[in-house]
Design a protein. Structure first.
Length: 134
């Protein structure tokens, strides 16, 4: 029983460092003996180019399918999320416009209060201690 435990521990000690020390194979090995001739490199280049073109065609087809879906979404009244700054949740357009107007009003009010406060701070620092109560 003790021997099995020792053997298991030895196996773990032998396997774990190998898992951490292993490295990924290099995709473009300059010492690859199969790529020494110009013809082999040309075949490899052509194969990679064809794979890239196939992936480009697949991506374009996927994007075209998505574009059709987005067009249908916009036709039923949806807005384009690329041009919308409303956040991740849906808010009806009228409600959003009303909230935006309220935000602008609140922002102006905040700026006026801050300007008044800054003037009071400047007056206080200049010696007008009545202004320090703000």
């Amino acid at each position: 029983m003790r021997v099995k435990t020792i053997l298991r521990a030895a196996l773990v000690v032998a396997v774990i460092p190998g898992a951490f020390l292993s490295t990924a194979a290099r995709a473009d090995d300059p010492n690859d003996p199969t790529m020494r001739s110009a013809a082999a490199r040309a075949r490899d280049h052509a194969m990679i180019r064809q794979l890239n073109l196939n992936e480009l065609a697949r991506t374009r087809a996927r994007d075209a399918r998505f574009a059709g879906g987005w067009e249908a979404y916009r036709q039923v009244g949806g807005s384009d999320p690329r041009t919308s700054n409303r956040g991740a949740h849906y808010v009806p357009e009228a409600e959003y416009a009303q909230a935006s107007e309220g935000y602008a009003h609140d922002q102006e009010q905040y700026e006026r209060r801050m300007a008044k406060w800054r003037r009071a701070v400047a007056a206080c620092r200049a010696g007008d201690y009545d202004a320090c109560d703000n």
